[in-house]
Design a protein around this ligand. Structure first.
Ligand SMILES: O=C(O)c1ccccc1NCC(=O)[C@H](O)[C@H](O)COP(=O)(O)O
Length: 218
């Protein structure tokens, strides 16, 4: 199966159109006031309307009140909730509107943290593996991919410091269900994306998938 692609941290309709035209599978909107990529709900709803129906809209939250998550999900028309703070499994379940998928971000400090998260967040659709940082994420730094076991009870979305230069190696090493990037496709302005970087990132994912396909059919 091909590796799905999520680009995160959109604030600009032109960037989002470009990304959708490149064939991404999911676009992330940040609802965390301390982030430079933070969106208010009206801006996010307007961006959501730019997306074709086959690209999922993912809302990223950090320790938001459950009622606030549900209100924003409904107003914007989110397809997936990404919990990126310290939310417990109970808090995630209380926050997700009926029928919506949710992903739990794991701040990777060790192999043990991931094993524990597989146990705790078994009702998530996937775990999103980000690097440990003093903020909550979007730091552009990586972590040790050897902490990720080859056999996993849940799909993983690999993130944390991915770039067009390392994403092919990441896919070969980890074989994640999806990859997620924000800093690695950013322009000099943290609220904008660089088209050339988005293009190269997608091309590298396709190249890595084609290589995996060749090796597995030999
Ligand atoms: O983008 C932010 O500012 C942010 C703030 C708080 C929590 C998470 C945040 N971003 C996470 C992401 O953008 C992605 O899901 C992912 O972890 C990729 O991050 P990056 O290492 O910057 O590519």
């Amino acid at each position: 199966m091909r590796t799905r692609i999520k680009f995160c941290g959109f604030t600009d309709a032109g960037d989002l159109r470009d990304a959708a035209a490149l064939g991404i599978d999911a676009a992330g909107f940040v609802f965390y006031a301390k982030s430079p990529r933070h969106l208010d709900t009206d801006a996010a709803a307007a961006l959501r309307r730019v997306l074709p129906s086959w690209v999922s809209a993912v809302g990223l939250f950090v320790n938001a009140e459950p009622a606030e998550v549900r209100r924003i999900a409904s107003h914007v028309g989110l397809d997936v909730i990404q919990f990126h703070g310290d939310e417990s499994p109970e808090r995630c379940l209380a926050s997700v509107p009926d029928g919506l998928a949710w992903w739990r971000a794991v701040r990777m400090r060790s192999a043990g943290v991931l094993l524990e998260s597989f146990d705790r967040f078994g009702q998530a659709e996937a775990l999103l593996l980000d690097s440990f940082s003093h903020g909550y994420g979007g730091s552009g730094t990586g972590f040790d991919w050897s902490w990720i076991p080859a056999v996993r009870p849940l799909p993983v979305v690999l993130s944390g410091g991915l770039t067009p230069d390392n994403v092919a190696d990441a896919i070969a090493a980890v074989r994640p269900s999806a990859v997620d990037v924000s800093s690695g496709i950013q322009s000099d302005d943290p609220r904008r994306k660089a088209l050339a970087r988005m293009e190269r990132f997608v091309a590298e994912v396709l190249r890595a998938d084609a290589k995996l396909c060749q090796t597995s059919t030999r």
